[in-house]
Design a protein around this ligand. Structure first.
Ligand code: FAD
Length: 472
C-alpha cells in the first residue's frame, strides 16, 4: 500500500503547524500552574458513619485505579475500604481525554491495553449501569511512508493478541476513510483504523463505577486523607487517616500524582514527574465525524456519549519544580525524541514545590489534607489553536461552541510505563500508579493489583511494571 508524494508533503507541512510533533518548545507561559480545584466529575456521596475499625484491604485513592481495584478485591470476597482525600475522580480520572485504545502501544503495555479494552466492552453489562463507555472506532491518518511501515509492522506484531479477542485494527482508505472523515479539507489517503477502540466520558465513568462499588459493599470515605501506614513486626498493621486508623494487613496505593509524595515519606522513591495538559469539550454539530479522530496536522477529537466532542491539543507542559532538579536527568531522554510536543514553564510552582512538606509524622496534618483536589490551569492558547485547526479541517465545526475547558496533570515515570508492584520493604502493600493511559489500562491493571494482593498468578506478567526495574 503506497502513499503519493503530494499527500506525503501535505501531511508533513500540516504537522509543522503543531511544532513538528517531536519538537521541544522551551518557553515561559503564565498558564499551567498547579492550583486547588473543584471536581468536574459526577458527585458520589461517601459512605456514611464512622470509619471501620478494620478491613481486609484499604485502598488509597478514589480514581479509576483505586475504584476498580476495590471492585476487583470486593468481588473476591474481601472487605474493602477506599479512602479518598477529596472527591471521587476529582483529579486525573475526571479530567482525562479518555480514549480507550491500544493503537501503536509498546510491547510492554499492549497486553494491558488490549485486555483493558475487552473488559471495558463488557463493563456496562457487568455493572448494570451506563458508565458512558461506547465502542466507537478511531481513525489515525497516515501521512508518510515511514509511518505506514510502522503501522503495518505494529499490526503484524500484534496479530495474535490473546485474551480471546482479535486485534480489530487495520489500514483503511478510499470510501471507507472518506466516510469516517466527512468533509475533511485534506485528502487523507490512508489511516490506521482501530475498529474496537472506545470512549468513556471522564466526568461520568469512574463515578458510575464507584456507585457500583458501593452497591457491592465497598466502603468509600471521601474527604479522608491517608497520612501513612504503620507496621508491626515487619508487617503492615494499620492505615492512618485524618479520621482515625484502620487495622489491615493489605494496602493498595492508587494515589495518582500524590503517590510519589506518599511513598517518599515511607522512604521509597517513585521516580515520577508531573506534566500538565489542557482539555476542552465543544458542542456537537450536524454532519460531524463520528467516533475518534486523530490527524497528524494536530487535530484530535473524540465524540462523547453525551454528544459533545472532547478536543485535545496534546501539548505537554513541564513546570519547573523541585522534582525537575531531582529527577530531570532521568527524564532527559524524553526531550526531543518523544512523539508529543513539550513546553517548559517557570512560575509560582517552583516556589510552592519547595514549600510542600515532604516528610511528616502520622499525627500531623499532611499535604493530602491541605490539597484536597488540585489541577493545572489550562492553556487557552493551545485550546483555541486546536479548535481552530479542527474547524479549518472540518468546516461543519464552525457552528460548534466551547462548552467547557479545564487543565489536568499526569505523573509518568521516565520509562513511560506504569508502576503495578509489590514493595519489598512493606509486604502487603501494592502500588498501582504512574500510568498515563489509566482510563484504558484501569480494568486490567486493577485485576493485576488484586492478583498481587490475593497472591494469585497475575493475569498479565507485571515484571515490566515492578519497582525493581528502577534499581537497575
Ligand atoms: P487519579 O484519578 O488521579 O486518582 C488518584 C486519587 O488518589 C485522587 O483522587 C487523589 O485525591 C487521591 N489521593 C492521593 N493521595 C491520597 C491520600 N494520601 N489519601 C487519600 N486520597 C489520596 N488515559 C487513557 O487511557 N486514555 C486517554 O485518552 C487519556 N487521556 C488523558 C488526558 C488527560 C488530560 C489526563 C490528565 C489523563 C489522561 N489519561 C488517559 C490518563 C488517565 O486519566 C490516568 O492515567 C488515570 O486517570 C489515573 O488514574 P489514577 O486512579 O491512578 O489517578
Amino acid at each position: 500500500m503506497g502513499i503519493s508524494r503530494r499527500k506525503f508533503l501535505l501531511g508533513m507541512g500540516a504537522a509543522g503547524v503543531v511544532a513538528g510533533g517531536a519538537a521541544v518548545v522551551p518557553m515561559a507561559r503564565r498558564e499551567g500552574t498547579l492550583v486547588a480545584a473543584k471536581s468536574r466529575a459526577l458527585f458520589v456521596p461517601g459512605t456514611e458513619g464512622a470509619l471501620p475499625k478494620e478491613a481486609d484491604v484499604v485502598i488509597i485513592g478514589g480514581g479509576i485505579q483505586g475504584v476498580l481495584s476495590a471492585i476487583n478485591l470486593r468481588e473476591r470476597g474481601m472487605s474493602v475500604v477506599v479512602c479518598e482525600k477529596g472527591e471521587i475522580a476529582a483529579e486525573q480520572s475526571g479530567r482525562a481525554y479518555s480514549q480507550i485504545i491500544s493503537y501503536k502501544t509498546s510491547p510492554e503495555i499492549f497486553p494491558l491495553h488490549h485486555y483493558g479494552k475487552k473488559l471495558w466492552r463488557g463493563m456496562n453489562e457487568k455493572i448494570g449501569a451506563d458508565t458512558s463507555y461506547r465502542t466507537q472506532g478511531r481513525v489515525e491518518a497516515i501521512a508518510s511512508e515511514k509511518e505506514l511501515e510502522i503501522v503495518q509492522d505494529w499490526i503484524k506484531l500484534n496479530s495474535n493478541p490473546g485474551f480471546g479477542s482479535g486485534l480489530n485494527t487495520r489500514i483503511i482508505q478510499g470510501a471507507e476513510l472518506a466516510n469516517r472523515l466527512p468533509n475533511a479539507q485534506t485528502e487523507w489517503q490512508l489511516a490506521g483504523f482501530e475498529e474496537d477502540s472506545g470512549s468513556v466520558d471522564p466526568e461520568t465513568g469512574v463515578p458510575v463505577l464507584a456507585r457500583y462499588a458501593k452497591s457491592i459493599g465497598v466502603k468509600i470515605f471521601t474527604h479522608c486523607a491517608v497520612r501513612g501506614i504503620e507496621t508491626a513486626g515487619g508487617k503492615i498493621s494499620d492505615v492512618v487517616t485524618e479520621k482515625g486508623s484502620i487495622k489491615t494487613s493489605s494496602v493498595v496505593l492508587a494515589g495518582g500524582i500524590w503517590s510519589r509524595l506518599f511513598m517518599g515519606n515511607m522512604g521509597v522513591d517513585l521516580p515520577t514527574l508531573n506534566v500538565y495538559l489542557s482539555q476542552q469539550r465543544v458542542s456537537g454539530v450536524p454532519g460531524a465525524p463520528k467516533g475518534n479522530v486523530h490527524l497528524p496536522n494536530g487535530i484530535h477529537f473524540r465524540e462523547q456519549a453525551d454528544g459533545t466532542y472532547a478536543v485535545a491539543p496534546r501539548i505537554f507542559t513541564s513546570s519547573i519544580v523541585k522534582d525537575s532538579f531531582l529527577l530531570g536527568p532521568k527524564f532527559m531522554h524524553l526531550l526531543g525524541g518523544g512523539e508529543l510536543p513539550l513546553e517548559f514553564k517557570l512560575g509560582p510552582d517552583l516556589f510552592n514545590s519547595f514549600k510542600m512538606a515532604t516528610s511528616w509524622n502520622l499525627d500531623e496534618v499532611t499535604p493530602f489534607e491541605k490539597f484536597r483536589t488540585v489541577t493545572a490551569t489550562q492553556n487557552n492558547a493551545h485550546l483555541d489553536a486546536v479548535f481552530d485547526r479542527m474547524k479549518a479541517e472540518f468546516p461543519q465545526f464552525e457552528a460548534s461552541e466551547v462548552v467547557e475547558r479545564w487543565g489536568a496533570v499526569v505523573s509518568p515515570t521516565f520509562d513511560e510505563l506504569p508502576i503495578i508492584s509489590e514493595v519489598s520493604k512493606y509486604p502487603g502493600l501494592v502500588i498501582n500508579t504512574a500510568t498515563v493511559w489509566g482510563m484504558t489500562e484501569g480494568p486490567a491493571s486493577s485485576e493485576i493489583t488484586a492478583d498481587l494482593i490475593t497472591g494469585q498468578k497475575p493475569v498479565i506478567d507485571p515484571k515490566a511494571f515492578s519497582l525493581a526495574r528502577f534499581d537497575k
